[in-house]
Design a protein around this ligand. Structure first.
Ligand SMILES: [Fe+2]
Length: 495
C-alpha cells in the first residue's frame, strides 16, 4: 500500500484492499450467466492502481473517466434479482501523462447508510420488494454521472441528482439547484450539454395525478435551471433518454407507464407496476428550446421501448429531424426482471432505427439500420451531439443467445462503414465513452469483464477502426454498470 499523490489516501494495489462487509457473501459456486457475473457485488472501496497496462495509454489523455452502476446484488440476506437493483457504485479512472489510477466507492445516500447501520434491507428496490417492513422506495443514483453547475452528480432518474466529491467520490447529498428544479419532479439520468452553447438540458416528470413533462435549461456557467416548456402526458411514463438539436428537444414516449396507485396501495416495487398500453402508439414529442409555440406530437407504430437515443440532427430549414434510436420490444422489461434468476433469457426484438420526423405534416418515416439482435448502450463523441451525424458506437450481443445482456461486440458505424470488435471468450463489454484528449483527438473507452480472471479491464481504442491502443487490467472486479462521462482536466480544457 502506498500514498496516492492526489489525495494522500492509502492506495490499494491489485489483489489487495479491504473486503466490504456490507453485503451478504456472494458464493463463487453460484452458477451465473456471464452478464450477472459482470454485475455482481463490489468487493472493495477506495483508491487503487491497475495490475498491469497492456499497450500504451496516450499521454495526451488528461482527466477522469467516471463510471456508475448498481454496486451490489444482495442487500444482506436478500438477493436483488433485477438488472437495475443495487446502490450506486462509482469508479473514477484518472489519466495523467500516460499513468492511470482509480478510486471506487459506493454513494453513501441516507438510505444506504440506514441499511448499513441496521444490517438489513429496509427499502424496496426497483425490482425487488423489501421482505420486511419497508421504510419506502429507494432510488439509488446508480445510472449515470454528469458534471454541471460546478459539481459532479450521480443520477438515478427517479430522484434528485446526488452530488459527490470528484477526488474521493464522497457523497455530498441530493441537490435541487438552489430550488430551481421543480419540487416533486424526477430528474433525467441523461442530461445533455449542447456542444455549441455549453447549456445543459434536462427533463423531469411531475409526480402528480396528471403528470407533466418539465423541460429545463441550465445556461452555461450558471447554477439554476430555467423551465421552458411543460407537456401534459397523461400517465407516469418512464422516459429514459432524450435528444437535443440546434433548435429542438426531442423525447419518445413508449406506451408503457408506471402505475403509481398500484405502488402506493401494494407497497410494492416499481417493476411490478409497469403497465403496457396495448394498441397505443409510440409518441415522439418535439419542443422548441426557446420555449416558443406548442410541442409537436407525432405518433409511430409499432410501439417499442426506446431506452436510449444515439443522435439527432435537424435540416437546414428546421422542418425535419433525423433521429437515430435503439428500439427494444416491451418484453425487455420481463427479461430485465428475470435476469437474476437461473432460467435462460429470451432475446427481445431489438434494433437501431432511423426516424425522419416531418414537423410540417406531423408525420414520420422509420427504417431499421440493423438486423434483429440485441443492440444497446449507444455512444457518440459528444461534440457532435445534435449537430452532426458522425460515428455511432454501440454494444451488441452476437454469441450468447440466452444472455442478451452479455454484450460481446463493440461496433462503430458512421453511416457508410461498419466496424466491429469481438470480446474474448468469457468476456463481456460495457458501454463506450469517448475521451477527448488535450489535442482534441477522440479515443473510445469501454469497460470489460474477464470471467476467467474475475477481473475488470478498461480498453482504449482508436475511434475509426476500434484498434486496441491499451488495455488497463484492474487486478480486481468492479460491477460493469451502466453509464459514465469523461471530465477533462482543467489544463486539457484550456489547451
Ligand atoms: Fe440509460
Amino acid at each position: 500500500m502506498r500514498a496516492n499523490a492526489q489525495t494522500n489516501a492509502p492506495v490499494m494495489g491489485p489483489g489487495r484492499g479491504a473486503t466490504l462487509a456490507s453485503h451478504g457473501p456472494w458464493t463463487s459456486s453460484r452458477p451465473g450467466r456471464l452478464s450477472y457475473l459482470a454485475f455482481r457485488t463490489a468487493t472493495r472501496e477506495g483508491p487503487w492502481i491497475p495490475r498491469v497496462i497492456e499497450g500504451r495509454v496516450p499521454r495526451e489523455i488528461s482527466g477522469a473517466l467516471y463510471r456508475n452502476g448498481p454496486g451490489q446484488k444482495e442487500t444482506f440476506d436478500v438477493p436483488l434479482g433485477h438488472f437495475f437493483d443495487g446502490d450506486a457504485y462509482l469508479t473514477a479512472i484518472r489519466f495523467d501523462e500516460g499513468r492511470v489510477s482509480g478510486v471506487s466507492r459506493f454513494v453513501a445516500t441516507s438510505e444506504r447508510i440506514h441499511e448499513q447501520k441496521y444490517r438489513q434491507m429496509r427499502y424496496h428496490e426497483f425490482g425487488t420488494r423489501c421482505p420486511g417492513r419497508a421504510l419506502g422506495f429507494k432510488n439509488p443514483p446508480n445510472v449515470n454521472v454528469f458534471a454541471m453547475a460546478g459539481g459532479h452528480f450521480a443520477l438515478s432518474e427517479g430522484a434528485p441528482p446526488v452530488q459527490f466529491e470528484p477526488e474521493t467520490l464522497a457523497c455530498q447529498g441530493a441537490r435541487d439547484f438552489g430550488g430551481s428544479w421543480p419540487a416533486r419532479t424526477t430528474f433525467t439520468a441523461h442530461p445533455k450539454r449542447d456542444p455549441a452553447t455549453g447549456d445543459v438540458y434536462a427533463y423531469g416528470l411531475t409526480m402528480a395525478l396528471s403528470p407533466e413533462l418539465v423541460l429545463a435549461r441550465l445556461p452555461a456557467g450558471e447554477t439554476a435551471f430555467q423551465t421552458f416548456a411543460r407537456v401534459r402526458v397523461g400517465n407516469f411514463y418512464p422516459v429514459h433518454d432524450f435528444m437535443i438539436t440546434k433548435t429542438y428537444v426531442i423525447l419518445a414516449l413508449p406506451p408503457v407507464y408506471i402505475n403509481m396507485w398500484g405502488m402506493l396501495r401494494g407497497r410494492s416495487c416499481i417493476a411490478k407496476n409497469i403497465v403496457a398500453e396495448r394498441g397505443k402508439p409510440l409518441r415522439i414529442i418535439v419542443a422548441r428550446k426557446d420555449g416558443q409555440g406548442q410541442a409537436v406530437i407525432v405518433e409511430s407504430e409499432p410501439a417499442s421501448m426506446i431506452f436510449h437515443h444515439c443522435n439527432a440532427v435537424e435540416s437546414a430549414d428546421g422542418n425535419t429531424i433525423r433521429l437515430i434510436s435503439m428500439e427494444t420490444d416491451a418484453s425487455a422489461f420481463q427479461m430485465l426482471g428475470g435476469w437474476g434468476g437461473a432460467a435462460g433469457l429470451e432475446q427481445p426484438r431489438s434494433q437501431m432505427t432511423e426516424f425522419v420526423i416531418d414537423l410540417k405534416s406531423r408525420s414520420l418515416s422509420r427504417a431499421a439500420l440493423t438486423e434483429n439482435g440485441p443492440i444497446e448502450f449507444p455512444a457518440i463523441d459528444n461534440r457532435q451531439l445534435g449537430r452532426k451525424m458522425g460515428a455511432i458506437y454501440a454494444l451488441r450481443t452476437l454469441d450468447a443467445t440466452d444472455d442478451p445482456l452479455a454484450f460481446d461486440t463493440l461496433m462503430a458505424w458512421d453511416g457508410a462503414r461498419l466496424r466491429e470488435v469481438r470480446a474474448g471468450r468469457g468476456q463481456v463489454f460495457g458501454e463506450a465513452v469517448a475521451l477527448v484528449d488535450r489535442t482534441g483527438r477522440s479515443w473510445i473507452s469501454h469497460l470489460g469483464y474477464d470471467s476467467e480472471a474475475d477481473e475488470t479491464f478498461l480498453d482504449i481504442r482508436a475511434p475509426d477502426g476500434l484498434d486496441l491502443v491499451a488495455r488497463i487490467r484492474f487486478g480486481f472486479r468492479i460491477p460493469l454498470g451502466f453509464h459514465g462521462c469523461f471530465a477533462p482536466s482543467a489544463d486539457a480544457l484550456l489547451a
